[in-house]
Design a protein around this ligand. Sequence first.
Ligand code: ZN
Length: 244
Amino acid sequence: MRNELMRLKDAIKKSNNIVFFGGAGVSTESGIPDFRSADGLYNIKYAYPPETILSHSFFMQHTSEFYKFYREKLLHPDARPNKAHLALAELERRGKLKAVVTQNVDGLHFLAGNTNVLELHGSCHRNYCMDCDKSYSLDHIIGSFDVPLCECRGLVKPDVVLFEEALDARIMDRAVQAIRKAEVLIVGGTSLNVYPAAGLVQRYNGDMLVLINKTETTFDKYANIVIRDSIGETLGKAVDTIVP
Ligand code: ZN
C-alpha cells in the first residue's frame, strides 16, 4: 500500500493533465451517506425503495413524499468538503488537475474551490420552476414547507437527474472528452457498477489509471495503481507533500 501511494505521488508530480472521476464514496467522508446504502430504515419508514422514490414518475405523482425523502436523505446542507475535495482543489490551483467528473449532487467540489466540475447527475444547489423556468437556490427548498412552489405557483424541481431521466448530453460529452484526453485518471469512491461510471472509465486512453476505493472494483485488473483505502486519507497524503 505504501509503495502504491509513492507511485501515486510520483504520477501526480509528473503530470499536468490529471482528471478525477468520483462517486458516492467521496461524499460519505463528509458525512453524506450513499442513499443506496442499506441501513434498513427504508423498509420501516418508506413504503418504496429509494430508486422508486427518486424516479421522475414518482416525483410527478407523489411530489410531497418525494420531497420528504429528498430532504431527509439527499440534502445535507451542513456537510463540508473533506480531505479529498481539498486535495483536488489544490491540484487544480497548481494547474495539474483539468477536471473533476462527479456522480454526486452535493456541490462539495465547487465549495472546495474546484471550478471545472462536471456534475453528471446535476446539483441540489440548482432548482427550477417547471412552468416558468425561474431558478431557485437550495435555501428555497429547505425553507419551504412540503412541496416547494414558484412565485408563479409552478412546481419547483431540483436540477438533479432522477431515475427514468436522461443525463445532460453536454455534460456527459465534456466528461468523455476530459477523460479521453487525460494523462492520469484517478477514480475514487465508486465501485464502478452504476451507470454511466464503467462506460466513462472505458473511454480513458492513457497508461496511468489509478483506482482508490475501500472495496474491490470491476476495473481493478485494468488499473496501474490500486489503493484500497479512504479516498480522503489517500489524496490528502498524496497531495500534501508535493512541492508546488
Ligand atoms: Zn414559475
